[in-house]
Design a protein around this ligand. Structure first.
Ligand code: NDP
Length: 312
């Protein structure tokens, strides 16, 4: 027999845990499944200095443990497990955990986040947290007066390059095509920033460094007759080649945009399925900040409470 819960939260980033805190305090006895990466993306960064309330900054893992403890304090039942299938065709909503356990939920809060895309180089893994980052806003501050590279040619890459240029001595922007894909305004901003050097038609082959990143092996015009391979000296390597929202399993029922971000109503975390809410990066292609995710988790739990009150 499947278990029945009032409020099922999927994901353990700031959105999921904040939803659990609010749902717990609203007596919804929330059950939260942590997903693939317990604690979410913030556990892959070092220190978080832009979350209000921590004047000295806070370690990413510590902050997620604090949020988890706060959710547990209000009765959240936090479990290991991944949602592998859903059936949102009727009420209650049906979900399968790890391919075997069936669970029924009156309300579901999807807070599965988004994952930064990586190039797939083994060195990205090797130097993760030691020079490799996918979030300039989170980690840029650690590279003050240093040299860094940003990979990508879209709006995110240009925005991150400009942000880093305000902190760093020099920023390389590594772009695989001979042009930027970013909006005209962002392109102009990049071109007008004197300490950004755009390396068009470049790809990264690998990174090097004793303990942390000290440089990158790059190639210009890969596979062409005039192909040129050389090294650049950098202290930080930032990926900005896009994110993919973790929405795949919900797509048969929940509307997403063409990039896979779950569509919600303006100002409200309501999806097209009544009783199913989305919070955090899985529904946010623009801001992708912990504080925004936490705020939307709060809203989702408040909506879940309202939905259950109307049901009862
Ligand atoms: P985009 O998909 O727009 O751009 C990704 C960039 O990464 C492209 O230049 C792409 O190259 C490059 N890229 C992808 N894969 C690789 C790879 N394997 N190797 C090297 N380069 C690679 O993603 P963004 O995150 O920049 O933007 C997502 C959306 O969010 C866009 O619609 C954007 O406009 C929007 N956005 C808006 C902002 C704003 O308005 N302020 C700020 C940030 C984002 P290629 O061009 O060759 O495909």
């Amino acid at each position: 027999m499947s278990e029945r819960v009032k409020c099922l939260i999927i994901g353990s980033g700031p959105a999921g845990y904040t939803a659990a805190i609010y749902a717990g305090r609203a007596n919804l006895s929330p059950v939260l499944y942590e997903g693939m990466l317990s604690g979410g993306q913030l556990t892959t960064t070092t220190e978080i200095e832009n979350f209000p309330g921590y004047p000295e900054g806070v370690d990413g893992n510590q902050m997620m443990m604090d949020l988890r403890a706060q959710a547990e304090r209000f009765g959240a039942d936090i479990r290991f497990g991944i949602v592998t299938a859903v059936d949102f065709s009727g009420k209650p909503h049906k979900l399968t955990i790890d391919g075997e356990k069936e669970i029924e939920a009156d309300t579901v809060i999807i807070a599965t986040g988004a994952s930064a895309k990586y190039l797939g180089l083994p060195d990205e893994h090797k130097y993760q947290g030691r020079g490799v980052s996918a979030c300039a806003t989170c980690d840029g501050f650690f590279y003050r007066k240093k040299t860094v590279a940003v990979v990508g040619g879209g709006d995110t890459a240009c925005e991150e390059a400009c942000y880093l240029a305000s902190l760093c001595t020099k920023v390389y922007l590594i772009v695989r095509k001979p042009f930027l894909r970013a909006s005209k305004v962002m392109q102009e901003r990049v071109m007008k920033t004197p300490n950004i050097e755009v390396l068009f038609e470049h790809n990264t082959l690998g990174l090097f460094g004793e303990d942390a990143v000290e440089g990158a092996h790059v190639v210009r015009r890969l596979g062409e007759a005039d192909e040129e391979r050389y090294d650049i000296k950098i202290d930080g390597f930032f990926l900005a080649i896009g994110h993919h929202p973790n929405s795949e399993v919900f797509k048969p029922y929940v509307e997403t945009d063409e990039a896979g971000y779950i569509k919600t109503q303006p100002y409200r975390p309501l999806t097209n399925v009544p009783g199913v809410f989305a919070a955090g990066d899985v529904a946010d292609p623009i801001y992708r900040q912990a504080i925004c995710a936490a705020a939307s988790g709060c809203k989702a739990a408040m909506e879940a409470e309202k939905y259950i009150a109307a049901m009862e």
